[in-house]
Design a protein around this ligand. Sequence first.
Ligand code: T1G
Length: 700
Amino acid sequence: MALSHPVRYERQGAIALVSIVNPPVNALSQSVRLGLMDAMDRAEADKGVVAVVLFGTGPNFIAGADISEFGQPPRMPSLPEVCNRIEASDLLVVSVLHGVTLGGGLEIALSTDYRVALAGAQVGLPEVALGLIPGAGGTQRLPRLVGVDAALDLICTGRRISGSKAEALGIVDHVTTGAPRDIGLSYANDLLGRNQTVRPVSALAPPESTNWEAAERKINHRARGQIAPVTALRAIRASVELPFEQGLAEERRHFEDLMQSDQRQAMVHAFFAQRKASNLPELKGLAPREFEKVAVVGGGLMGAGIASSALMAGLTVTVVETSEGAAETARDRIAQNLEGAVRRGKMTSSEYELALGENLELASHFGALSDCDLVIEAVFEDLAVKKVVFEHLDTHCKPGAVLATNTSYLDVEELAGITKRPQDVLGLHFFSPAHVMKLLEVVVPQATAPDVVATGFAFAKRLGKHAVRAGVGDGFIGNRILGAYRAAADQIVVAGASPLDVDRAMEGFGFAMGPYAVADMAGLDIGRAARKRLAALRDPRARTASFPDRLCEAGHLGRKTGAGYYQYDAEARQGDLNPKALELINAEREYSKVQSQDFPAEQIAYRIAAAMVNEAAKVIDEGVARRPLDVDVVMMAGYGFPRYRGGPCKWADLRGLRALLSEIETYAENDPFFWQPAELLQRLVAEGRNFDDLNETPLT
Ligand code: T1G
């Protein structure tokens, strides 16, 4: 087989070694599928060969089907054909699972006779995260191997498990250490030495049934509007109720239906968008600056969260506070965060000890920053306070240190201008809790050097964050669009819907919580402070609902005061609206003489999503977000926008921009300022283009 081919063939005695060489993740592209079919033909024709070892080169065995092929005309051979071809062979086939073995990769392994995993291996069938189900026999073979309940758990959640867990379930025969090729060869020789024979999984007895109704209720509760998980249950049920071949056909039918679904388009978009947002073309090949020694100035909630995130990534961190006492308090916060990380399995106890031991330094003077590579200030959200801090950073930090601010809305240009080194300054906007939330907005002022931007993205990747580039502008990307979301919600409440109607509508749209429940949890005073700050900048034509501020002034600040939009005292039931909130809303309705109307949930959600899209189009047109996909990643990773809708811009494309624009124009009849259609949206519709076109060819 040609050396350049992604599937290579080598013979060792009576054993054929078939290796996959398709970097970066050994995805099962068409050339790999063809190569595997050829390799099986060749091994069977190769006189004296009695066994085949299948393994991967590089960090993983096989990461799954080639996601970039989805939505295109299918190219033969299909993956089910490859799996069935491997399983049907009279040769004894062994697969070696190292790194990740996911999706179609695990389906390939399940079609081999024996499976061995290397220490550190992870296996899974994550297709539901792409709006799909396993489409190459996974829903038929896995239940036969591990039983229906374990198969339902793995396939309907899409979660990965360790090699040892896979061994316990019977997915792999054993776990060992060594190089995949050597391990495969020695295992095959061992099996032959013990006269082991082929053992196709499909020949195993169909699995026992289960309580399908209970399973479906549990899956739907967790899936919150996604269709793939419950579809996977139907395919798995076929493995119990139908002969294998018919079960395969049933699985394929469901798989192909989902391949055509909007949810599959949205979730595959989310997969690639998250990676494209962090891999900026202009940073290709640009070396980031060193950032092994990180410092965080300010050890409050955000500062301690940022320090925790960096410590969890194995970095050394200096936390500077105003006094030794305050530094100790910061340490306690960090310790609490890391204890949680250990409980969640995100950190081992020895990593915890190292993080809180030699990797963490506390200080109460700026001199401690002198040898730090990257310094992030997370002090009180006040421009004057942050300016003083940046003056100290300018004085004490070594030349070439990257100076970052965690501000969520202040002008990063101004902070850069305080220093003699604006080229070294950028914004790293974390989201609370910073050691848990995935989103990181990398805010880039005009003068920032490209390698400093590259450092921001490399730092984000090291912390396991989803980084998105943002330009300077109030609220950057996420908070700016959140503002439109909240204003549209308040508008609908004044027009007749209750906060509960809106929350239920947005939960039905796929958010974990609606805006009013979120506000109650965060504290209504946070929104009020933002509104007060923006009051001076507000356009006089803007119609801002007054009930949120009135509720704050009445001392109803949400959960922390026992009442906000909802009641939280002992007798209150989930969703009991606060009478004070209703009183203020009704008073505003009377005052504004708005004709109250009923809003179906679908209409509420559509209108609020439309407001987000309209604001997103403005954010993109102004260059604050580079591309629509950047907005989608921000809203999914930081604000709970459902992945199965792909983010506001993908959702809009799937709904159709023309229809959306005409809806916005209708809304504008009542409020021409808030619903002023974004010029970019009008241009796209006029040119017959959509947001996806802009992802391919950005505006700037
Ligand atoms: N197909 C195509 N490209 C892929 C890919 C895949 N399966 N997986 C990763 N890539 C690209 C990715 O876009 C990036 O490209 C580069 O590889 C490195 O990825 C029939 C239908 C494997 C754990 O869902 O979870 O099988 O940005 O940055 O952090 O039943 O990638 O460099 O241009 O993520 O080391 C099921 C998806 C498919 C696994 C590696 N499999 N991938 O993480 O690198 S559906 C998956 C991952 C299926 C069958 C069904 C991760 C990873 P670029 P990366 P990483």
